[in-house]
Design a protein around this ligand. Structure first.
Ligand SMILES: [Mn+2]
Length: 429
């Protein structure tokens, strides 16, 4: 195993914090025991939980207006993997990386797989890109890709997705995430039904090429870059498509891809019930697809999503969601944001595990709204920090990942090794 952060830095950092942690953990254990909860059971469940990092998340993001590059940004997929390795070494919650093609194209996929393995990383879902044109591409996606009116453009978009599957097979991935920016900017621009039919036709060709143990994740988004209509606008469109394609096609929920105030946890419940929940792209937002750090604005909303997941697991509903962060880091060090966000996801999962399901069932059956909502709040308001810290410590990580990361001087080191790209590319991710 390649250690990117010197072990002694982490050990010294942990040594200063461990006594407080032991005391806090024991105290929380007592509190939970009074509620009939075994802290060790919760700890084991949290330790088994992982969330994938998108390779593009370790670069600095941007907006439609500008991008302000950070120091020592990754230059290529190997640099990105290295940053993901640091995140996993310190925060111990992100054992997989989700690649994006063509941004992560390289000449030796075998070498990439071995490098990832040396960092203790594996590959999650592959992400295709038919929302921007690549150099030398025969047909433009300006007016759409899988749903384009021109058959040759659709065929090119299908072929790109098949290439993503092929690359993914070399890396041990088992899923393809398809998000299309296709849609329209003017009323009347697009024939809604025909565009959706073209989507189904193109997607069916991709679906037919899926290896038997693969899944296809359909990601809906209400708007952007098309601002009047998008072809896969909402979970309903996504569900119709997944239903038409077959059992290996499921619906991916990106928390930022809905209208403001939409009840996302209810969508999650519906997709679980239909056997069509693919998984999540976690982030937070206040206005639109803001791609802010998970739980940074509305942690209770994230909790309510996890409440549905934990309830379904508790009730033995068969489902296997894939979890990924999908954020844009414009003003923070992406490594710090991703470690913090991964911890936030684990925190929220732990809080949802604390809800007394039996008491909640009784309150719901008895129409006791106040007790029911108090039961959720009781889980959400429990400070599970000591559990997260113990999980990291036990796995060889840092009790305080951001503190240890800053003490390690990693960013300064790679800033010297990775010269800044003058100008840089657009910041839209
Ligand atoms: Mn997403």
């Amino acid at each position: 195993m390649t250690h990117l952060i010197d072990r002694s830095v982490i050990d010294a950092h942990n040594a200063r914090l461990q006594r407080d942690l032991d005391s806090d953990y024991a105290h929380l254990g007592e509190q939970l025991a009074r509620r009939g909860i075994d802290i060790e059971t919760v700890r084991a469940q949290v330790a088994a939980f992982g969330v994938a990092i998108p390779s593009w998340g370790v670069g600095t993001g941007g907006t439609r207006f500008a991008r302000f590059p950070g120091q020592g940004e990754p230059r290529h997929v190997f640099d990105k993997l290295q940053d993901c390795g640091v995140i996993q070494q310190l925060a111990r919650a992100t054992p997989t990386v989700s690649l994006h093609i063509p941004w992560d194209k390289c000449s030796d996929w075998n070498e990439l797989r071995q490098t990832a393995s040396a960092y203790g990383l594996a590959f999650d879902a592959m992400n295709s890109n038919t929302f921007s044109d690549q150099k030398g591409q025969a047909h433009s996606y300006k007016y759409g890709s899988l749903t384009h009116t021109d058959a040759a453009t659709r065929a090119q978009a299908v072929a790109h997705n098949l290439e993503c599957i092929e690359i993914g097979q070399k890396l041990g991935s088992r899923a393809l995430t398809v998000w299309v920016g296709d849609g329209s900017n003017f009323p009347g621009q697009q024939h809604f039904r025909r565009a959706f039919d073209r989507y189904l036709d193109s997607s069916a060709q991709i679906y037919a090429a899926l290896p038997s143990d693969w899944r296809m994740f359909l990601e809906h988004k209400i708007a952007e870059p098309a601002f009047y209509s998008t072809v896969i606008q909402d979970w309903g469109s996504s569900f119709l498509a997944a239903q038409a394609l077959g059992p290996k096609a499921q619906c991916l929920v990106d928390l930022g891809h809905h209208a403001p105030n939409v009840n996302i946890e209810l969508i999650v419940a519906r997709l679980i019930a239909a056997g069509k929940l693919a998984g999540f792209h976690f982030n937070d937002s206040k206005y639109g697809d803001d791609d802010l750090d998970a739980g940074s604005v509305s942690p209770y909303r994230l909790f309510l999503v996890f409440n549905e997941l934990v309830a379904a697991a508790h009730e033995g509903v068969p489902f296997e969601p894939a979890y990924m962060l999908d954020q844009s880091h414009n003003v923070t060090d992406p490594i710090e944001s991703l470690m913090t966000s991964a911890a936030q996801v684990l925190r929220t999962y732990a809080q949802a595990l604390l809800v007394d399901r039996q008491a909640l069932d009784a309150a719901q059956d008895g129409n006791d709204a106040m007790t029911a909502t108090h039961l959720l709040k009781q889980g959400f308001q429990t400070d599970v920090t000591p559990i997260l810290q113990r999980v990291r410590l036990d796995a060889g990580g840092a009790i305080d990942p951001v503190g240890a990361y800053r003490a390690s001087g990693y960013r300064q080191r790679v800033a010297g090794e990775r010269p800044a790209v003058v100008g840089g590319s657009g910041g839209i991710v």
